[in-house]
Write a new protein. Structure first.
Length: 327
């Protein structure tokens, strides 16, 4: 009799444990596949997921991008035909691309910022010289306008917009890697020189979180982990927690009060799919699900709650478009 009770008790206990496990799985992180160095691996959903989207019409790298009214605009770069002035617009709602009016100046390694619905293409290189060219694109009229030139010609720079002012930081100037910071006011079409970056770097990425501009990575005697923050209100720089992975030719965008550093290149000719998110509130970095396609020279921008990585290079020009959701 005691044996039967023991068996029944064991069965009840097993059912209770199984039920508890089933309940807990509803709140535990879901495992999703992602690409890794060793093939398909598993990663918690909390680290984010990637999906592949419609390819960009023109495969290219070292392009710039901006978002206006829920559409992503991919501008310039270099492709199989040379330096590009292509402008192509992506609509996430329909997962489709359309071709827009070409940028007046073909160039690559330019940067871009958006102020009041206008995209500003800044600097770059045209195969002959460093550029200080600034051209503005109005998506509403599909037209370009030439603006006041940036004081310092350079390429491989970063751009961030704070309170309607565009800040151009770092890059590669006539005399090499630059620490130059210059601010453009579209309202007056004028430039002002600001406090220099603590460390000169080219091929950097930049993004803005809560009114502070962060310049991450880049190259100067090797790929960098540097993360430096600029406060326009005080015109001062501060050094922050190092990015876990040293890299240049990466991209950066702000999503959900985090700065996401995506892709890039290491000193050993290694194209990266690394994704790391910086939290300014805690001055800490978190590694996220790797991008499916390793690449450098890409552009990233955020539409809604999704980050889009477009173009780039991985031993060839890419038209690849991949979308990252942090949830």
């Amino acid at each position: 009799m005691s044996r039967r009770l023991s068996i029944v008790s064991t069965m009840i206990l097993f059912a209770f444990v199984a039920g508890a496990a089933g309940c807990s799985s509803a709140t535990s992180p879901t495992l999703v596949p992602h690409s890794g160095a060793m093939g398909i691996q598993k990663a918690p959903l909390s680290l984010g997921t990637w999906t592949t989207k419609a390819p960009m019409p023109t495969a290219r790298e070292q392009l710039a991008a901006g978002v206006v009214n829920g559409r992503l605009y991919a501008v310039g770069g270099v492709d199989s035909l040379g330096y590009s002035n292509a402008v192509e617009a992506y609509d996430p709602a329909t997962d489709t691309w359309s071709t827009k009016a070409s940028m007046p100046t073909a160039r690559y390694e330019l940067a871009m910022g958006v102020v009041n619905g206008i995209l500003y293409a800044v600097g770059g290189y045209n195969g002959i010289r460093n550029l200080n060219t600034v051209e503005a694109y109005n998506p509403a009229t599909n037209t370009w306008t030439t603006k006041a030139s940036m004081p310092t010609p350079r390429y491989g720079l970063g751009v961030g917009v704070v309170n309607g002012i565009l800040y151009a930081v770092g890059g590669i100037g006539i005399h090499g890697r630059s620490d130059t910071v210059e601010a453009y006011d579209p309202a007056t079409d004028t430039w002002t020189t600001k406090a220099s970056m603590p460390e000169a770097r080219g091929n950097i990425a930049a993004g803005v979180v809560n009114g502070i501009l962060y310049a991450v990575g880049g190259y100067f005697n090797g790929a960098k982990r540097v993360n430096q923050a600029y406060n326009p209100a005080t015109n001062t720089w501060a050094t922050k927690a190092l990015m876990p992975t040293a890299r240049d030719d990466l991209a950066a965008s702000t999503l959900g009060q985090r700065l996401y550093a995506v892709g890039g290149y290491k000193n050993t000719k290694h194209f990266l799919n690394t994704v790391e998110a910086y939290n300014p509130a805690t001055d800490t970095w978190t590694t996220k699900t790797p991008m499916p396609t390793p690449r450098d020279g890409l552009a990233t921008r955020v539409v809604g709650d999704t980050l889009y990585a477009v173009g780039g290079n991985n031993s060839g020009y890419l038209n690849t478009v991949e979308a990252f959701s942090p949830r």
